[in-house]
Design a protein around this ligand. Sequence first.
Ligand SMILES: Nc1nc2c(ncn2[C@@H]2O[C@H](COP(=O)(O)OP(=O)(O)OP(=O)(O)O)[C@@H](O)[C@H]2O)c(=O)[nH]1
Ligand SMILES: [Mg+2]
Length: 359
Amino acid sequence: MSLSCGIVGLPNAGKSTIFNALSGHGAEVAGYPFTTIEPNVAVVGVPDERLQEIARILSPERVVPATIEFFDIAGLVKGASRGEGLGNQFLSHIRGVDAIVHVVRCFESRDVAHVHGRVDPVGDVEVVNTELILSDLEVVTRRMERISRQAKSGVKEARAELEVLERVKEGLERGIPLRLQGIRPSESLRGLNLITGKPVLYVANIGEEEDRLRDLEQWVMEKEGAEVIPIKGKLEAELMELPKEEREAFMEELGIKELGLERLIKGAYRTLGLITFYTIVGKKEVRAWTLKRGGKAIEAASKVHTDFAKAFIKVDVIHFEDFLKAGSEARAREMGLLRSEGRDYIVQDGDILHFYTGL
Ligand SMILES: Nc1nc2c(ncn2[C@@H]2O[C@H](COP(=O)(O)OP(=O)(O)OP(=O)(O)O)[C@@H](O)[C@H]2O)c(=O)[nH]1
Ligand SMILES: [Mg+2]
């Protein structure tokens, strides 16, 4: 299953521009066919140099990167949570995602209208965050109404949930997103899929306006200690339309070392505390997978195949660096670079895993 991100922001912030650039990027990652599930959903292969290295050594039939799914929704306007514009309707489309990508307009352009008449990144972020909070408040209030009768009649779980929701509601009413409230999410709270409870990655869609970017960076750092990823949305979308060689020549000319999109994907990994592990199926396939940092071998096994977890026996582990030295699994074993581990082994970023199961 892919990691999923929902893109939010004001109208004309450049969400679809960045989404299109991402889709173009997805089309290119080796071995992974770009898929449009719906016009507004893109599956993007995660750029991964280690995966390419392993593939270079083994020349397998298939190379499959880890993937991230992006959802593009319509812009949110002030009042969206009360049904203004299309925004609120679309918010429900992204309640299920793992993380939010908040696109903020920093570029100046006379041709592109701004809903508030002027470019103001910090003001814009506040408007959108307020709408997200109001939308969550609605969900919380509705849930509280639904369970209050049970709570009154003494159902223990309902009482406990109501107590938590009371605190969440209070925080939201003070303008604090759930992710900053320091509340450990219970099962029932997680089930509500509150948008402000998800990790956020801020993307500054920049033209040449570095000052605006600084304002935004400072605000985001002060308010939430989070990072801002600057992307030249329009330029990158245009670059993605060029054939690969031409694009690379252009990038060199412009002094662009890494596409903002790659930084965005890496940023999503950092924000979400994710690591990558790899599997090799003989000459057939080399594949990258995503796991939460600190995840165990048994969780990695269930990513690969649900039945693997049930029938788990052991896992052979070679770290990527050691694999490079050895050049093959067999050679790694001879060199003593391969270890067998049990179900509770904490998977490390860059591990190559070979599962043994009773299947
Ligand atoms: N000059 C400039 N224009 C941009 C940039 N990014 C986007 N635009 C333009 O801004 C307009 C709006 O961009 P979209 O990507 O459609 O914005 P959006 O956030 O998806 O807007 P909604 O879907 O209406 O919420 C388009 O005409 C883009 O070409 C940029 O970095 N610089
Ligand atoms: Mg759009």
